[in-house]
Ligand binder design. Structure first.
Ligand SMILES: C[S@@+](CC[C@H](N)C(=O)[O-])C[C@H]1O[C@@H](n2cnc3c(N)ncnc32)[C@H](O)[C@@H]1O
Length: 248
């Protein structure tokens, strides 16, 4: 057995600070009020606070165990919930979804409702920055047992973490994450689905939700996006009704 709390603590071991985090941290430090949607264990906002961010920092996530790790910092606002369930209204200059959190928005309805709620949470002109893996790069093809990782969790226990793809249906990849003892005895299996939205659909759903794309990159050193890029990194701006592109 490996508990939800142990799995949440292991998440930060499996996901150390990377160039992607530097990209977002720069945006966060330049914004006065920041909403981290799908904040997980809160590493981004913890770091912003440590670096002296003077404004409002708010993290939102539906996962109780991840939020309890995030809540180690009590001077940051933490909210339990999904993106679609948020009721913030014109409160933030910047919203972010880091660590491919955007890809958990699998169904069309959930994706649209989440984007609408994120747009509503932002002031006019506020930015929404996030990344989603480019489906043309087919990242899921390397999610297999050959790429299992042996790590030591925060309690000092050695574990092996491996991924196996169960199904690829349209844009949705369903896979398992297995945590096991080093000898291979399974401790827990988590099943998840991620959506690999293509760049044209992404532009359409952003427009429908009231966003204009300000910049799009293919990699964390601001490489221009092209069909071979691993990532679709987007900085979108919330448009005003008077800009004439919002529905209704
Ligand atoms: C891959 S993790 C990324 C966590 C964190 N942003 C990071 O960079 O490490 C995806 C997160 O999205 C959260 N999540 C799942 N469904 C969500 C939803 N509908 N709205 C917002 N967050 C969601 C999960 O609980 C998880 O913490």
């Amino acid at each position: 057995m490996y508990s939800d709390e142990e799995a949440a603590a292991l998440y930060d071991v499996l996901n150390p600070w990377e160039p992607s985090d530097d990209f977002y941290l720069g945006l966060v430090m330049d914004a006065t009020s920041v909403l981290d949607v799908g904040c997980g264990t809160g590493a981004m906002l913890h770091r912003a606070w440590k670096d002296g961010h003077p404004g409002r920092l708010c993290g939102l996530d539906p996962d109780r165990a991840s939020l309890s790790v995030a809540r180690r910092r009590t001077d940051i606002q933490w909210v339990a919930g999904t993106a679609a369930s948020m009721s913030f209204d014109s409160e933030f200059d910047l919203a972010i979804m880091t660590g491919h959190a955007f890809q958990v928005l699998v169904g069309d309805d959930e994706l649209r409702a989440s984007l609408t709620a994120i747009r509503r949470a932002l002031r006019d002109g506020g930015r929404f920055a996030f990344e989603t893996r480019n489906p043309l790069a087919r990242a899921w093809e390397s999610w297999n047992l050959r790429n299992a990782m042996d790590v030591v969790d925060p309690s000092g226990r050695r574990v092996r973490v491996s991924y196996e793809v169960e199904a690829v249906v349209g844009e949705v990849v369903t896979f398992t994450e297995t945590t096991s003892d080093p000898d291979g005895a399974s401790l827990r299996v988590d099943r998840a689905s991620l959506r690999f939205v293509n760049v044209d659909t992404l532009a359409r759903v952003l427009t429908d939700a009231g966003f204009g794309i300000e910049a799009q990159y293919g990699g964390w050193f601001l490489e221009p996006f092209d069909s071979a890029s691993p990532e679709i990194i987007t900085v979108a701006r919330g448009l005003r009704h008077t800009d004439g592109v919002l529905p209704g």
